[in-house]
Ligand binder design. Structure first.
Ligand code: NAI
Length: 345
């Protein structure tokens, strides 16, 4: 019997995994706590751990998991910036869900954009209070505006299609531009200079950390709208707040936040929020925050559970390639994934 310990489990995870795993032969233990150096002990005696975006999978945690008998880390998400893949190499195999619903994230990004520029969040609260005035609700047309998309992978490209549907001009920056895609690629500086709206769809890496910082904001158009449904660390939140206070940034829509691990996914109402930066951002009239919700659709949850279970079973059922393995063998995870014809080790 293969035993899987889930960390940071929410009710919707339990529901979708119990449904998808009914006849899989896997046994699940759902833990609500996040995986940290202190909680890694709880995985002792399990074969697999299943983790999410805010679980800590650093050197110390990997060593503890390995000592406790864990041989597979199954991420139930796409991003893997929280996992020390290099340290896992040779010890524990790591798999992820590369795409569960890029539509979910791209559509949420569009929802945030529309909400912000048409002040829907303000109007919703007003009409619930029978306040039917329109003062301060003037928005702007998306048609004819320029959107700069950073990262033109699965999600970025769907977002581009949505924006084109609105009649927007799309420019993009990607470290690895998609040849023959018909996307107009520009340099980052040109993107900052020309975009009315900037949307982030690249992974968080050493290179992309604080991609949006004071210097980048300085280069942007006055009133630029910044959308981040990718990873919080892409934005220097202090610099963003300064840009908003200086009236340089027109609006920010954030589904992710650098320090979200201690706050997001939990009901903190009735508590004093210790994170002053987040409190200040939320208090701004032109900032919308959702708590890492972009992935949360029925379709995505079903795909996450199905793919994660298939990833786990394929580790035990065949000796060949683990399709969704994240491997550090050649030092370049993305390139390696495409070229590899066998398991990482
Ligand atoms: P993807 O791997 O299909 O696309 C990422 C793109 O970023 C690729 O085209 C890649 O070439 C590009 N890129 C890599 N390094 C770059 C750099 N230094 N500068 C500019 N571009 C760079 O990934 P996908 O599925 O489109 O996801 C994008 C991001 O969305 C993920 O990394 C993840 O962090 C985030 N995400 C957020 C979710 C949420 O619920 N808010 C859910 C799922 C993903």
């Amino acid at each position: 019997m293969i035993k899987v310990a889930f960390f940071d489990t929410k009710a919707y995870d339990k529901e979708s995994f119990e449904k998808a795993g009914r006849d899989s032969g896997l046994t699940f233990k759902f833990l609500e706590t996040k995986l940290t150096e202190d909680t890694a002990e709880l995985a002792k005696g399990y074969d697999v751990v299943c983790v999410f975006v805010n679980d800590t999978v650093n050197e110390a945690v990997i060593d503890k998991l390995y000592e406790g008998g864990v041989r597979l880390i199954a991420l139930r998400c796409a991003g893997y910036n929280n996992v020390d893949i290099r340290h896992a190499y040779g010890k524990v195999h790591v798999v992820h869900v590369p795409a569960y619903s890029p539509y979910a994230v791209a559509e949420h990004t569009a929802a945030l954009l529309l909400t912000s520029v048409r002040r829907i969040h303000k109007a919703y609260n007003r009409t619930r209070d029978f306040n039917f005035s329109l003062g301060g609700l003037t928005g702007f047309d998306l048609h004819g505006k320029t959107v700069g998309v950073i990262g033109t992978g699965k999600i970025g490209r769907i977002f581009i299609d949505i924006c084109r549907g609105f009649g927007m001009r799309v420019i993009a920056y990607d470290r690895f531009p998609a040849e023959g895609s018909g996307i107009e690629y520009v340099s980052l500086d040109e993107l900052f200079d020309q975009s009315d709206i900037i949307s982030l769809h690249c992974p968080l890496t050493e290179e992309t950390r604080h991609l949006i910082n004071a210097e980048a904001i300085e280069k942007m158009k006055k009133g630029a709208v910044i959308l981040n449904t990718s990873r919080g660390g892409l934005i220097d939140a202090e610099a963003l707040l300064a840009g908003i206070r200086a009236r340089k940034v027109g609006a920010a829509c954030l589904d992710v936040y650098e320090e979200e691990a201690d706050v997001f996914f939990e009901d903190r109402s009735g508590h004093i929020l210790d994170d002053e930066l987040l409190s200040r951002l939320i208090s701004m009239p032109n900032v919308i925050v959702t708590s890492h919700q972009a992935f949360l659709t029925e379709e995505a949850l079903e795909n996450i559970a199905d793919t994660t279970i298939a990833n786990i079973l394929s580790y035990y059922e065949k000796d060949g390639l683990l399709d969704n393995e994240l491997c550090y063998r050649c030092g370049n995870i993305e390139k390696c994934k495409k070229a590899r014809k066998e398991r990482c080790f």
